[in-house]
Design a protein around this ligand. Structure first.
Ligand code: UD1
Ligand code: CA
Length: 453
């Protein structure tokens, strides 16, 4: 059956104490509402509707790529009111699934279980039993166990408050009936709001079957109202992701000390030491080892590469069998060919480093094209910036650059050339040439040391 999916994101979220809409706060590096949209998008035959209000322009701008139908609710008057605003856009047949922008960890598998039970004469409710049901709408059942209503905490009687089965808020209702029910909603309740949950009692009255589904885990239906709950869901998601990584063949030396803020793909036998952070999309080939305290953002790392502790890699591609760090910084546009080595306190940026080339200590290599088997001595700097423009340094295969050299770009060093230590290279160096570009040493005989006056 085709589905309309409505994602509610109009609320103010005042307990976040934030200038940003609550649903734009991130869990696992991704805005909560984007997680919900992405999950909704995996369901077949679905049309997405996004209800925005408070900071709605921000929400709309951040979710444009999902091409959802954005519906404005400038003065939120309850979840039922939100659905009413979407009503004109709902398909005639099919059913409507209601999700929440601040309930980010709902799983597609749970929603599929709900869809499987959906039909024009059935309403599907996602419920859960909680030891402490405080704050939630209670599921009221008759003697036969049929759901007859949902009663909000603030409207519940003493016996109803004792009910442990609660409404997660997520429900799937047949459009054929939903339109009429929404039109019937009133706000005669403790909060003066239009409650979407009132449609349950209407469904029971109209003889529509009400069935319930439970989520696989409690975190799926946990909402975020403040930053304490945001942090709790962050930990929950991180531990779920760590389990998936281990199941996929990665060794995590401590699964509670890894943070994946985005998507991390790993080959077999990847080993990740403690306190590593992965952001955006990161791909690690088989046999990759990552030492403690590394931070990798939007990069790919080839098979069997070793990244030692305290290394930062951003927007870069690293080949196979490379050796990086400790304390290396690969900035955007770095491309390492296989077997390249980048050692401690080396910074690279827009640098192409050929196969087997080594930059082992204390260097800055920026805007550089370097061939294979180049040896860059300690403290070598590419002077890529003249104060106005950036220029390219080109170093061909088999070049040897002595320690503490400066390569003033634009400059080329041809195949097999050698640069003497301490040189400042401003002119092209030819094939197999040795370039000295430093003052000659002078030694004075019988030098008498100064004496203290
Ligand atoms: C709702 C349910 C309750 C359930 C609980 C689960 C209703 C009446 N109650 O209560 O049964 O146990 O969720 O968390 O549905 N929103 C809008 N527009 C509005 C009102 C709300 O977009 O006019 C959004 C809010 O931003 C929020 C979500 O809908 O993300 C839930 O609204 P909220 O007012 O927090 O409902 P609850 O009182 O939590
Ligand atoms: Ca809520």
């Amino acid at each position: 059956m085709s589905q309309d999916i409505v994602i509610l994101a109009a609320g103010k979220g005042s307990r976040m104490k934030s200038a940003f809409s609550k649903v734009l706060h991130k869990v696992g590096g991704i805005a909560m509402v984007r997680r919900v949209l992405a999950t909704a998008n995996t369901l077949p035959e679905s049309k997405l509707h996004l209800v925005v209000g408070y900071q709605g322009e921000q929400v709309e701008a951040n979710c444009q790529d999902f091409s959802a139908n954005v519906v404005w609710q400038n003065d939120p008057r309850g979840t039922g009111d939100a659905l009413r605003r979407v009503a004109p856009f709902l398909q005639e047949n099919g059913a409507t699934l209601t999700l929440y922008g601040d309930v980010p960890l709902i799983r597609a598998s749970t929603l599929q279980k709900m869809s499987a039970l959906s039909n024009p004469e059935t309403l599907v409710l996602l419920t859960i039993s909680l030891d402490n049901p405080t704050g939630y709408g209670r599921i009221v059942r008759d003697e036969q166990g049929h759901v007859t209503a949902i009663v909000e905490q603030k409207d519940a009687t003493e016996p109803q408050l004792a009910i442990k089965e609660v409404n997660t808020g997520i429900l799937l209702a047949p459009n054929k009936h939903l339109q009429g029910w929404l039109a019937e909603l009133t706000n005669n309740n403790a909060q003066g709001e239009y409650y979407l949950t009132d449609v349950i009692a209407m469904a029971a009255r109209d003889g529509v079957k009400i069935v319930t589904v439970n989520p696989e885990n409690e975190a799926e239906v946990a909402g975020v109202n403040d930053r304490v709950q945001l942090a709790a869901l962050e930990r929950e998601l991180q531990s779920q992701q760590a389990i998936t990584l281990m199941q996929n063949g990665a060794t995590l030396l401590d699964p509670s000390r890894i943070d994946v803020r985005g998507e991390l793909l790993t080959g077999n036998d990847v080993v990740i030491d403690v306190n590593c952070v992965f952001e955006g999309k990161v791909t690690l080939g088989s046999g990759v080892e990552i030492g403690p305290n590394c931070h990798l953002k939007n990069c790919t790392v080839g098979d069997n590469t070793i990244i030692k502790s305290n290394t930062l890699i951003e927007e870069s591609d690293v080949g196979q069998y490379c050796d990086i760090g400790p304390f290396a910084r690969l900035r955007p546009g770095t491309k390492l060919s296989n077997k390249a080595k980048i050692g401690n306190f080396v910074e690279t940026k827009k640098a192409i480093i050929g196969e087997g080339s080594k930059v082992n200590h204390l260097s800055y290599i920026g805007d550089t094209k370097m061939g294979a088997n180049v040896n860059v001595g300690a403290g070598t700097i590419t002077c890529n910036y003249d104060g106005v423009n950036k220029h390219l340094t080109q170093v061909a295969d088999n070049v040897f650059i002595g320690s503490n050299s400066s390569l003033v770009a634009p400059v080329q060093v041809a195949e097999g050339a050698t640069i003497a230590a301490g040189s400042t290279i401003t002119k092209q160096v030819g094939e197999k040439q040795l370039a000295f570009a430093r003052a000659r040493q002078t030694n004075k005989d019988n030098w008498s040391k100064p004496v203290k006056k």
